[in-house]
Design a protein around this ligand. Structure first.
Ligand code: PLP
Length: 393
């Protein structure tokens, strides 16, 4: 056996798998509509691209400190101050090669074998795998559909054991788009403080909230909660910079320092010119983030109505991110399929629409559709799904 045990139990990302399949069909000449994408369909704004080009022309093509450029850390610190009123020092911030990498470094830095990490379902696909890679044990609690897929403080209390090390909070959530209110965050925060559980708050969709809702970070609710929380964020979703690979973590200096040391021996610094682009993303005033947010909200309102009119499909209306996470159990049953995975595969084969099955997110009755694609395309995709459902009843 050549492979290490740690990779033998790794589940490949279902999101990337469906995207690859759809791409292969497209390349073979099929008219495929991919609703699997986890990235905005906007280009990175020009002012960010120009800043990165200028940085290279000015000779910034070398290593930076492993934890990121001091100037970028300052931009991130200013962002926390402006958006949440949170004060961090440079020692409390580490820049990584994407939020995914920041999370990876964090779990490597805090988990010992058998430490438990509580993960609400439905979850973003990489959380359980990253916890397992750090030899931790994921413990799941069900975010119930009737509670907008959110967990309650009672559920959290019941999941805590003497091995619980951390709790992952992702608001707004991928895949459900649910958003925790201040009251709910206070309740969850109290439980975490009482049991000294580290809160990992993944706020990557912070800027994409709808219906007049506001994003609140659990760390801004009290000084104690700030100390108990590591915030994960980045520019992939807010500034449509998925390919630039810049994310970061903020919180306890000792943890941040260890994450930086880990990065120094694995990736070294995040790509230098991408860091310069990110400084511009945060320092230059621009309408871009809000323009994109408004475009997503308009699409959401239109496609949500079309989606829930499909027989056998119900959906909690999301309050953030750019995904819809409908329950399709009835449609799958009406169409005579054994499970959602097989139904999704058939829809790709027959109607050439790529959806992501909910099983990869710990929610086997649901599918994830991204509306980070043009309105015409999503409407056409939903028309095809409706045709498939009706043709197979
Ligand atoms: N966290 C969540 C919930 C996500 O959906 C994603 C990307 O899909 C990430 C983190 C990772 O983002 P990044 O591109 O910064 O690595």
């Amino acid at each position: 056996m050549r492979l290490a045990k740690r990779v033998s139990t790794l589940t490949p990302s279902s999101t990337l798998a469906i995207t690859a399949k759809a791409k292969a069909l497209k390349e073979a000449g099929h008219d495929v509509i991919g609703l699997g994408a986890g990235e905005p369909d906007f280009n990175t704004p020009d002012y960010i691209i120009e800043a990165a080009i200028k940085s290279m022309e000015a000779g910034h093509t070398k290593y930076t400190p492993a934890g990121g450029l001091p100037a970028l850390k300052e931009s991130i610190i200013a962002k926390f101050q402006d958006d949440q009123g949170l004060s961090y020092t440079q020692k409390e911030v580490v820049v990584a090669s994407g939020a995914k990498h920041a999370l990876y470094l964090l779990f490597q830095a805090i988990l010992n074998p058998e430490d438990e990490v509580i993960i609400p379902t439905p979850y973003w696909v990489s959380y359980p795998e990253q916890v397992k890679l750090a030899e931790g044990t994921p413990v799941y609690i069900d975010g119930l559909e009737e509670n907008d897929f959110k967990i309650t403080k009672q559920q959290l209390k019941e999941a805590i054991t003497d091995k619980t090390k951390a709790f992952i909070l992702n608001s707004p959530s991928n895949p459900t788009g649910s958003l925790y209110s201040e009251e709910e965050l206070r309740e969850i925060g109290e439980v975490c403080l009482e049991h000294d559980i580290l809160i990992v708050s993944d706020e990557i969709y912070e800027k994409l909230v709808y219906g007049g809702a506001t994003h609140i970070s659990i760390a801004q609710l009290s000084d104690q909660l700030k100390k108990q929380t590591i915030i994960i964020n980045g520019v992939s979703k807010s500034h449509s910079m998925t390919g630039w690979r810049i994310g970061y973590a903020a919180g306890d200096a000792e943890i941040i320092n260890s994450m930086t040391d880990l990065a120094s021996h694995s990736t070294s610094n995040p790509t230098t010119m991408a860091q310069y682009g990110t400084i511009a993303a945060y320092n230059v005033k621009s309408e871009f983030v809000d323009t994109m947010r408004v475009a997503f909200e308009e699409r959401l309102d239109v496609v949500y109505e079309q989606l829930v009119s499909i027989p056998g499909v119900t959906c909690v209306k999301p309050k953030g991110a750019f995904y819809l996470f409908p329950n399709v159990k009835e449609a799958v049953k009406m169409n005579g399929f054994a499970n959602v995975d097989e139904w999704v595969e058939k829809i790709l084969e027959v109607e050439k629409v790529a959806l992501v099955p909910g099983s990869g997110f710990g929610a086997p009755d649901n599918v994830r559709l991204s509306y980070a694609t043009s309105l015409d395309q999503i409407q056409e995709a939903l028309t095809r799904i409706e045709r498939f459902v009706k043709n197979n009843i």
